[in-house]
Design a protein around this ligand. Sequence first.
Ligand SMILES: [Zn+2]
Ligand SMILES: [Zn+2]
Length: 276
Amino acid sequence: MTSCLIVRRSRFSAAHRYWLEELSAEENRRRFGAAANIHGHNYTILVSMNGPVDRFGMVLNLSEVKQIIRREVSGQLDSQLLNETWEEFVRTLPTTEHMARVIFERLRPHLPVVRVQLFESEDLWAEYQGEAMQAYLTIADHFAAAHRLALDELSLEENTEIYGLCARTHGHGHNYHVEITVKGEVDERTGMLVDLVALQRLLKDKVLLPFDHTFLNKDVPYFAQVVPTAENIALHIRDLLEEPVRALGARLHKVRLIESPNNSVEVYTESFAPIA
Ligand SMILES: [Zn+2]
Ligand SMILES: [Zn+2]
């Protein structure tokens, strides 16, 4: 029988704060910064479900799926203070990655869920695929840079043959959008798989500051030898981040670089296994 992965979106708005009762107010503010204050997000959930296609041509009846997600998740969380809503969020801070895991577990008895993605904003989202405490967290940011695609050993004519307009002598630019996905174990108390502020600082220090508003071929030493195609930029970002992410206690999983609405590349730190 033919199987399909179907994805249902749901949205809710809720408040939360990162605040551990066992810490002093000062310590909470030092550790969590502005997130220690009660603040809110417009969350988007994507629930992926896998199953055979029935004689009606469906994996599941989407109107039932919609009702179940509303009854079990969005209807319970919408317009609430998450820290006080579910017992899972009392024990463990309602971070994006912990919430993705809890939503998965709450839906599991009712739906053939294989993945939950939870978007806190367009720059931060988490994913859980039912693997014990392991979850994925993605942060996104951008940099603007110029590049030229050409190999030194080739003539302009030969380079133009290969790279087209991208071989023009004085380069051209893109607003690069970069997403990095890390995976790790969700901490039972903080709900974090990595120190988010430290991860954001890492991306800024290793990638955004060195690359932003540069001519990559001339300003970033690595690209003096390596042609800065989107593929090579993404691979270099992976190599720059892999060890520092490990030092934060997580593992780099994926780098996605979007060069334009038409072109993007993804590189992984391990063999890529698409979801079943
Ligand atoms: Zn927040
Ligand atoms: Zn280009």
